[in-house]
Design a binder for this molecule. Structure first.
Ligand code: NAD
Length: 270
């Protein structure tokens, strides 16, 4: 559980479908305070516009949203310098050019695109951890978002490479920051319906592959909440001796060899 009244930074808000938004709402529902980050002002306006009809003026005024482009070191430094003490950070950020890094062909000449994907989707977790350290007074928890790296999926190509590197980074950071009482873990989520997911060519096929393999029913819309609750577990005291780990919240699909046989398939709730 998060600590009521304490502040958590949730990075990677784009729209109301973002995993970051589900995480932030869950933290708030448990009494925590949330500072969201968006990449830039345009994206903040997009978010507010997409929620306009669903939010009261009061709710809109209460939203604490900062800008932070994760590739600009000064913006990350300024964010954590100005926010006061925090208890945790969620890194829910990734990007890879869908035209070059994702798709039917794995090979690409777009090396700069791969480098940018690596900066945004992996290296940035180290930048955030380093800059957040002073604000995580007395320790805290950092959670990143990953996707099954033990299998190779169609279309996911160079993002799969970034996620494998991110998981290695989680372990490296956990070793480095144990002495600061800062824990770093990742949640490996099954496919969820978000803007980033729709940019992955063949995402629908990936979701189908998931359903063929998942011992528990996996719902790409409703199960965002289960993912958010697992993030909250890793942010809070119940996970206080867990660091450097990847926790799979994916219906169990990542442990299955091949597909489930027909008699093994779960029955969706009616
Ligand atoms: N949706 C899924 O199926 C799924 C599954 C497993 C893991 N994940 C991971 O969850 C995380 C959140 O993705 P999502 O699905 O909520 O999609 P999303 O598109 O809502 O979130 C991605 C976020 O990354 C941000 N971002 C990209 N470049 C940035 C930059 N330079 N600076 C700052 N922010 C930047 C975007 O603005 C956006 O807010 C990602 O790490 C993603 O890989 C997603």
């Amino acid at each position: 559980m998060v600590e009521p009244g304490k502040t958590y930074v949730v990075m990677g808000l784009l729209d109301h479908d973002s995993i970051a938004y589900a995480i932030g709402r869950t933290i708030e529902s448990l009494g925590g305070k949330v500072i969201y980050t968006v990449q830039n002002e345009r994206m903040k306006n997009l978010f507010i516009d997409s929620r306009r009809s669903k939010m009261t003026d009061e709710e809109r005024a209460a939203l604490n949203i900062r800008f932070c482009d994760i590739t600009i070191q000064d913006e990350v430094v300024a964010l954590f310098r100005d926010i006061g003490p925090i208890r945790g950070v969620v890194h829910s950020i990734a990007f890879a050019n869908p035209k070059t890094c994702l798709g039917p062909e794995f090979h690409t000449d777009a090396i700069e695109d791969i480098k940018l994907a690596h900066h945004i989707s992996c290296i940035s977790l180290a930048t955030v951890t380093r800059q957040a350290q002073a604000a995580l007074q007395g320790g805290g928890s950092i959670v990143a978002m990953t996707f099954d790296t033990s299998h190779v999926f169609p279309f996911y190509n160079w993002m799969g490479v970034q996620k494998a590197a991110l998981e290695a980074l989680v372990r490296g950071l956990a070793r480095r920051h144990g002495r600061d009482n800062i824990r770093i873990n990742a949640i490996s989520a099954g496919p969820l319906a978000t803007m980033a997911a729709t940019k992955i060519p063949g995402f629908g096929e990936m979701a189908n592959v998931w359903n063929q393999a998942s011992p528990l029913v996996w719902d790409p819309v409703a199960d965002k909440q289960a993912v958010a609750e697992a993030v909250v577990f890793l942010l809070g005291n119940y996970s206080r001796k867990i660091t450097g780990q990847v926790l799979h919240v994916d219906g169990g699909a990542s442990i299955i060899g091949g597909s489930l046989l027909p008699h093994e398939r779960p029955t969706p709730a009616t």
